[in-house]
Design a protein around this ligand. Structure first.
Ligand code: NAI
Ligand code: 3PY
Length: 333
């Protein structure tokens, strides 16, 4: 007798190719209209499904996890970060969690590099100016639209994992000097290859960098890692780029310091209360002090397909009784 296909509930619209394959392999309940699910709908899905496939915009908190029915054994996240899932609560209920590391690395590093270039070189300011209707561009002149050189500057990467290292490779090609803070130093051969300098003390690194890039996950240990106190250590002519998670920076403190001229600017792809963006940040963006992106670091067609493939592999492996390749354990956080 053919084995019953697992009931897999997917919370958001995924690429057609992925949805087609999911329909073949699973009893897939898809969200083709892409209407965000309420907390009650997520709980309902947990009660009936064998596998939930949430996206990083869903909040899989302890209440949702408590609603899990006896069949729910796996949360196969569509995305890398798992800070929207109460991993400890899931673990306590014996529910496995997987994510999708690796397939978003290069695209997110590209966008990080784009922000590293865009903020000091006033890219979005210039692009907006030339298309504005009021004829603000008087033509080239020596003092027009001066930004700051990035070649030769010191880049401090906070969180030197997959994306951090991919940023470092790109940044070296742009002539930046690579410095990093991480939970532990990289193996010597990678450090050598990247010509990267390790700082055990984040505080000391912050005080010496021209540009900082945040590339660590949001965990209890990294919530407000760049606190008001630490932001004060950063040089006033430095820029901060964040493509990791908004919660890693104290956003209020960051805004205040840029407003007061205590920091040169920031490039942000992520926000503390996403999708809400502080009106103060919008004002700073209009003033050319910050460049804001709507969490699109990994937003390529290719990354979404590769992510979907990874989700499928994780579910298949788990359902076939194997250890899924991308299991997330509380200890890893
Ligand atoms: N903007 C976007 O669209 C995307 C954002 N992301 C974010 O980027 C994050 C990083 O992704 P990966 O590089 O793949 O993860 P990873 O796990 O390969 O690297 C994270 C690094 O941060 C370090 N780290 C963790 N806690 C730390 C702490 N307290 N202090 C210093 N370092 C610490 C780890 O040791 C590790 O080296 C994800 O967790 C996610 O939040 C990921 C993909 C796309
Ligand atoms: O996968 C993630 O963690 C993201 O932030 C979305 O690309």
């Amino acid at each position: 007798m053919a084995r019953k296909k697992p009931l897999v509930v997917v919370t958001r619209k995924l690429p057609d190719k992925i949805e087609t394959r999911m329909r073949e392999l699973f009893d897939a309940r898809l969200n083709v209209d892409d209407v965000p699910m309420t907390q009650a709908q997520l709980a309902e899905a947990m009660a009936t499904a064998d596998v939930l496939v949430p996206a990083i915009c869903d909040r899989i908190d302890s209440t949702v996890i408590e609603a899990a029915g006896p069949n729910l054994k796996l949360i196969a996240n569509f995305g890398n970060g798992v800070d929207h899932i109460d991993v400890a609560a899931a673990n306590a209920r014996g529910i496995a969690i997987t994510n999708t590391p690796g397939v978003l690395t290069e695209d997110t590093a590209d966008m990080t590099m784009a922000l590293i270039l865009a903020v000091p070189r006033r890219l979005t300011e210039g692009a907006a100016l030339i298309t504005s209707d009021d004829g603000t561009w008087p033509g080239w002149s020596p003092m027009w639209m001066l930004g700051h050189r990035i070649w030769g500057k010191r880049l401090g990467i906070i969180g030197m994992g997959r994306i951090g290292q991919a940023v470092a490779r790109r940044a070296r090609a742009f002539g930046l000097q690579i410095h990093y803070h991480n939970r532990r130093p990289l193996p010597a051969h990678i450090e050598e290859e990247l010509e990267a300098t390790y700082w055990d003390s984040l505080d000391q690194m912050l005080a010496r960098m021209d540009i900082l890039s945040i590339n660590c996950p949001h965990t209890p240990a990294t919530f407000h890692l760049l606190s008001a106190r630490r932001l004060k250590l950063v040089r006033p002519d430095a820029y901060i780029v964040n493509t990791a998670r908004g919660e890693v920076i104290d956003e209020h403190a960051l805004i205040r310091m840029i407003e007061n001229g205590e920091l040169a600017g920031a490039g942000l792809d992520v926000f503390e209360r996403e999708p809400a963006v502080s009106p103060k940040l919008l004002k700073l963006a209009r003033a050319g002090k910050v460049v804001l992106l709507p969490h699109m670091g990994s937003a390529t067609v290719e990354a979404r397909i590769d992510t979907g493939e990874k989700v499928i592999v994780n579910i298949k492996a788990f359902m076939d009784g194997h250890r899924p390749p991308d299991r997330v354990l509380p200890a890893m956080l």
